[in-house]
Write a protein that binds this ligand. Structure first.
Ligand code: 4AD
Ligand code: MG
Length: 431
């Protein structure tokens, strides 16, 4: 008997096959039982007709508990009514292991209960769909950068420096030295760009941020491209191409998942380069016009400000050239103004906030030394980083895309806690 996975059923119509799976849900009457089966690759309905199977098979089907594991044998048939398009006409059932009192029943549950049971909650249809979309974004990311001449480089997780400011660092001992969990691989990616030209990283990053919002995780995954000989405007073009590519890849390859999530795909279909750009100066003016009197030039935007700006557009929008005072030390000054830097944040539509932060980097040795001093950063800890400016320095730019915020936006999830398998939040380290 051929053992297949649910996702392969379309290639086996009319054949009798064996599936390993779990019982996601069940409905039955005296004559027929509908088993909702899942095997990780997908969900399918198994139909057990009393008149067509031995008595004990029907009795077993009727007695199954949610999440019991099974082998089932049956014939693959087409079924136009289901989203998947196929069904299994069950002939045999072998129970592998019973599940008892599975806590996540088809009724509604509170979020804290679901989070306490995250290890089981991952099995549900919606969470399964979000993880599949997350995987597609990662797959499309590798494809996009590999197709465009980038080399994947892995920066360290344990570091001695803090690119995004020292207040949000996780500290640990490194034998008799101090070390920090990486907030961003950027500085190492700059070194890698000087060796390999165009590089990208994908890895976990850590921020001890005391923020409890739907956009903040303590541990999140970031994609960080860095490009030698690429200036600010050219970097924005790469960013809009990249974001368009992942959205269009999800639309093409995750149709079943987007439907299961109830995502309005017409909004995603519009996500094609180019994206609009608005300067920080004009964004402040726009906010004042919209009645936000609480923000002045020189201050950073909060979530309500970003949402108000994003509402103006049906695509992600770049806010460019922020004041030098609210951005990190490494950003290249504007050529005509000393109060703003060559940077941009990309704000997602529909209230999902900043998904990318990026900039051109200071490449002048003297200016970089001055910036380190101004930011009270230890020149010894950054000696290697300064070296990059002394040994054939070139203009270069890069950016970081937060994976979980991007997944939340594309799937329409309410909160980033659903866009990572095991979220680390302010008050949560379990499971
Ligand atoms: O804007 P950020 O802090 O930029 C950097 O770290 C740069 N060094 C990246 C670079 O240029 N290579 O973070 C980049 C992105 C944000 O736009 C956001 O999407 C995400 O990382 N991010 C978070 N996501 C979830 N939880 C948090 N606490 C996040 N902090 C940042
Ligand atoms: Mg940022």
């Amino acid at each position: 008997m051929k053992k297949i996975m649910i996702q392969d059923m379309p290639n086996h119509v009319g054949e009798t096959v064996k599936l390993g799976g779990w019982l996601a849900n069940k409905r039955s009457s005296g004559k027929i039982a509908f088993l909702q089966l899942r095997d990780g690759s997908g969900f399918v309905q198994g139909v057990v007709v009393k008149a067509d199977v031995p008595e004990e098979v029907f009795v077993t089907a009727k007695g199954l508990h949610q999440e019991s594991s099974l082998y089932v044998v049956g014939e693959v048939t087409k079924d136009e009514r289901s989203a998947f398009g196929f069904e299994l006409q069950v002939k045999e059932i072998e129970v592998i292991a019973e599940a008892n009192n599975y806590p996540i029943t088809p009724k509604e549950h509170g979020i804290e209960f679901l989070m306490d049971n995250r290890h089981l909650w991952l099995r549900s249809r919606k969470q399964h769909a979000i993880m599949k979309v997350r995987n597609e974004i990662i797959r499309a990311t590798y494809e996009f950068f590999n197709d465009n001449g980038f080399t994947k480089v892995d920066p360290p997780i344990l570091t001695g420096s803090a690119p995004e400011g020292t207040s949000e660092l996780f500290h640990t001992k490194y034998f008799d030295q101090d070390a920090y969990l990486s907030q961003s691989g950027q500085l190492y990616m700059e070194a890698a760009a000087m060796a390999l030209g165009k590089v990208f990283s994908f890895g976990p990053t850590f921020r001890a941020e005391k923020s409890k919002t739907r956009r903040h995780l303590i541990e999140f995954w970031m994609i960080e491209p860095e490009m030698a000989f690429v200036e600010h405007d050219e970097s924005l073009e790469v960013q809009e191409q990249y974001v368009s590519y992942i959205v269009q890849s999800v639309l093409e390859n995750c149709k079943i998942e987007l439907e299961r999530l109830g995502r309005d795909t017409s909004k995603l279909e519009q996500i094609k380069a180019p994206f609009p750009r608005i300067s920080y100066d004009d964004a402040i003016k726009l906010l004042h016009e919209k009645g936000f009197d609480d923000i002045e030039w020189g201050e950073d935007f909060g979530a309500p400000h970003e949402t108000a700006i994003a509402e103006h557009y049906d695509k992600p929008v770049f806010i460019t050239c922020y004041p030098v005072g609210i951005k990190p030390f490494y950003m290249q000054p504007h050529p005509d103004r000393d109060d703003v830097v060559l940077c941009a944040d990309l704000i997602a539509p529909e209230g999902y906030g900043e998904i990318i932060g990026g900039s051109e980097r200071v490449h002048d040795f003297e200016l970089m030394k001055q910036r380190l001093r101004e930011h009270d950063l230890d020149e010894n800890a950054y000696a290697w980083y300064l070296d990059l400016r002394e040994q054939g320095s070139v203009p270069h730019s890069g950016f970081g895309l937060g994976l979980e915020r991007t997944v939340a936006w594309i799937t329409g999830a309410e909160h980033v806690r659903e866009s990572i398998p095991f979220p680390r939040l302010l008050n949560r380290l379990y499971p």
